[in-house]
Ligand binder design. Structure first.
Ligand code: ADP
Ligand code: TMP
Ligand code: ASP
Length: 234
């Protein structure tokens, strides 16, 4: 594999072309942002951990029948992925009340939800990622109805798989965000799965083991990411 031109510089990752037109190289940075890029920081070593955790989650999901973009980990901070035509949506699944749901519905953080909630957000930095429903998605032609149904089904399956996997490590899966893209007429799970885009709480102490430590200035950010890596892979 030969690293090619820079294709996209994102907030947490950089994406490069490769000598294979169907594959991209994703480089995980230590940069962290929150609140739509308003807050900036560096979490030393985050890129290495998120690359390892994403590899772990994507492999576990593939083993359980969830097709995704992961090809192989090729460096400490680099993974090879299938090049997708990305769907400009963020698909969020929630099991407990946290984050924006606290503000929007006035519910107490940590309240368990009787059924998981699925939400869609328009991936647009300029608009601040507004929430969408199915009708907005159809009207904006962001995805076809069958693609949307597929994404929702996969998102809920991912929720069940990750929830069980994490529960065995004494971690509650509070919520998470997924992204999808098209490849050869199929919708595949893409991007990353890490403490940057999931909320993980210790089941017993309810200690936050994710990016909320950075968002809320709680300290011990890298330590929380390392803890997740250790619990899952060591
Ligand atoms: P952001 O764009 O929100 O700043 P990142 O820094 O994580 O996010 O950048 C990674 C970018 O790569 C994202 O825009 C994401 O949608 C995109 N991406 C993720 N997986 C793939 C893939 N398999 N093919 C093409 N693009 C992808
Ligand atoms: P929220 O409670 O802030 O809406 O976030 C829900 C989940 O989505 C949480 O696990 C964090 C993740 N997320 C992202 O990955 N990117 C984002 O831009 C936002 C707003 C949330
Ligand atoms: N990734 C988003 C941003 O930069 C927000 C977040 O994860 O809280 O700004």
């Amino acid at each position: 594999m030969i690293k090619g031109n820079l294709l996209y510089e994102g907030k947490a990752k950089t994406v490069f072309e490769t000598d294979n037109p169907n594959e991209l190289l994703v480089y995980f940075k230590d940069d962290a942002t929150a609140f739509n890029g308003e807050k900036h920081g560096t979490i030393e070593g985050k890129g290495v951990i998120n690359n390892k955790l994403s590899e772990f989650f994507f492999k576990q999901l593939k083993d359980r029948g969830i097709k995704n973009h992961f090809v192989e980990k090729v460096g400490e901070r680099e993974m090879l992925v299938k090049k997708l035509d990305m769907i400009k949506l963020e698909v969020v699944v929630r099991n407990f009340v946290a984050g924006s749901l606290v503000k929007r519905l006035g519910l107490e953080e940590g309240t368990p939800l009787t059924v998981p909630i699925v939400e869609y957000y328009y991936k647009s930095d300029e608009l601040g990622d507004p929430m969408l429903n199915r009708w907005h998605i159809m009207a904006l032609d962001l995805a076809k109805i069958d693609e949307l149904n597929q994404m929702e089904h996969v998102a809920l399956s991912v929720n069940t798989i990750l929830r069980d996997l994490l529960r065995a490590k004494n971690v509650d899966l509070i919520d998470f965000k997924l992204e999808f893209g098209r490849f050869d007429g199929e919708v595949l799970l893409a991007d990353e799965i890490s403490p940057d885009n999931c909320r993980f709480w210790d089941t017993v102490t309810h200690e936050k083991l994710d990016k909320d430590r950075f968002r809320q200035d709680l300290g011990g950010v890298v330590e929380a990411y390392q803890e997740m890596l250790q619990r899952l892979t060591l």
